[in-house]
Design a protein around this ligand. Structure first.
Ligand code: SF4
Ligand code: SF4
Length: 267
């Protein structure tokens, strides 16, 4: 632990920068093995769901029905949580005696543990990241000798791709114009839910509705979103950025725009 962190610890707060060290090692021989996979609340990001449903080889719709609870956030938009089993321990549906059944595609919050991001909008804008080590009394991994930096932990746990995928989603959900109001329009709520979480249904919507006739979308993007979930997700974020924030994630085709103007002039 660095001098700075020791000082922070004395004040009841341990703040780590990416270069700082912490103690942690998780392995099957610890008595607490998989205890952390029970009775917890895990909120899922759109990219978590994309990875998990593909790991399980099921559709997003089946994944959402079988494994999640849908809640409503402050902005009136859906928030998805992993549903724990209805057993005595309230265990995660993916935990086995040998560990996580979908380890390679486990959610972001399972990967980053035992770290917790402490960055704010201001520190993030200035390119600074801060983390704390979670205080989980039963987690014996925190008392292990192995030491590593925050940065190395993030890399080893495959966090960078999750952060990259989270960025367009955060750009929408953290936008002040959205966080300061509550959306009550059911159609908008449903569109948001589909585009963020139910990607297979969103694909059908894109390819079967008139959406592609209304917007200028690069032909190579149209081809990719037919079978590539990551490209589809990126397109979904552009569509939400346009629809929810009024920003130029997408551009209306000139002839559609002209027809709309003419319609308004004729009214
Ligand atoms: S060491 Fe911590 S993270 Fe690993 S199984 Fe035990 S409680 Fe879970
Ligand atoms: S998804 Fe995997 S790592 Fe996360 S709580 Fe469930 S079993 Fe544990």
């Amino acid at each position: 632990m660095t001098k700075k962190n020791k000082e922070n610890k004395k004040q009841g707060l341990t703040v780590l920068t990416p270069e700082d060290h912490f103690h942690f090692e998780c392995h099957q021989s610890l008595d607490c093995f998989t205890r952390c996979c029970c009775d917890i609340t895990i909120f899922l990001t759109p990219y978590d769901i994309l990875r998990m449903k593909n790991a399980l080889k099921i559709t997003s719709g089946d994944f959402l029905t079988s494994y999640t609870d849908i809640l409503v956030g402050d902005a009136g938009l859906a928030v998805v949580a992993l549903r724990m089993r209805d057993d005595e321990k309230k265990s995660c549906p993916f935990v086995t005696s040998g560990g996580c059944k979908i380890y390679e595609d486990r959610p972001w919050s399972c990967r980053i543990y035992p770290l917790k991001p402490e960055s704010t909008d201001i520190t993030e804008k200035s390119g600074k990241e801060y983390y704390s080590v979670m205080d989980v009394p039963f987690c014996l991994g925190l008392a292990e000798d192995k030491v590593m930096t925050v940065e190395r932990w993030k890399t080893e746990q495959g966090i960078p791709i999750y952060l990259e995928m989270e960025n367009p989603f955060k750009k929408i959900t953290m936008n002040k114009s959205l966080s300061n109001k509550k959306i009550i329009n059911k159609k908008i709520q449903e569109m948001y839910y589909m585009a963020c979480y139910d990607l297979d249904r969103f694909r059908r919507f894109v390819l079967e509705s008139k959406l592609l006739k209304l917007f200028e979308v690069e032909p190579e993007t149209v081809e990719k979103i037919k079978h590539d979930d990551v490209e589809l997700y990126k397109f979904a974020m552009r569509w939400l950025e346009y629809g929810l924030l009024g920003q130029h994630g997408l551009k209306v085709k000139p002839d559609v725009m002209e027809a709309k103007k003419q319609e308004l002039r004729n009214k």
